[in-house]
Design a protein around this ligand. Structure first.
Ligand SMILES: [Zn+2]
Length: 173
């Protein structure tokens, strides 16, 4: 589903925590909550919601969506001729607006500058090109060129990103 929002407010509803580490050795010497102000930006955006693949766990979906958002954001400047920082791609495993896994793209400027409005019409092409780019990358498990730096994990996040992107280009919901 492709929809254009008139206004989008990003209000992170998570609790941030800090970790204190020892300079030099990186030993963990304590942690605690941080109180951060809500970030509010009235801008324009578009979103793409879909049904999660049936047998995927939430953590697998989170990893795949994070890598996919990175890949999408890398490609957007080629579609609408902007700087990478002019737009923001945010994945949410269960978005409040759609109650589904959703990718949001919004302009990084108050009021919006028309970038996400252009992208609203190009979601399919954007997802296809991102899938192609990730699949053709020379790395094995993901790298900063395709899906961002990956911590070593048991699963191959790159394969998960490719399979998610291919599923999405066969039609979101
Ligand atoms: Zn790569």
């Amino acid at each position: 589903m492709n929809l254009l929002m008139e206004k989008y407010t990003h209000q992170p509803n998570f609790k941030a925590n800090s970790i204190k580490i020892r300079f030099g050795t990186h030993d963990n010497i304590g942690s605690g909550p941080i109180s951060l102000p809500t970030v509010e930006l009235h801008t324009t955006g578009t979103w793409f919601a879909f049904n999660a693949p049936n047998d995927w766990t939430e953590s697998k979906l989170t990893d795949a969506m994070t890598g996919t958002a990175y890949a999408i954001q890398s490609f957007i400047p080629l579609f609408v001729r902007c700087d990478r920082t002019d737009i923001h791609v945010m994945p949410q495993v269960k978005a409040v607006h759609t109650e589904k896994p959703t990718f949001f793209i919004y302009d990084s400027y108050p009021g919006g500058i028309g970038l996400s409005e252009k992208l609203y019409k190009q979601w399919d092409e954007l997802l296809e090109k991102a899938a192609e780019h990730v699949a053709n990358c020379y790395c094995d498990v993901g790298c900063p060129v395709c899906i961002g730096a990956q911590e070593s994990s048991e699963s191959n996040v790159k394969e998960e990103v490719i399979s998610l992107l291919r599923a999405l280009t066969d039609g979101g919901s």
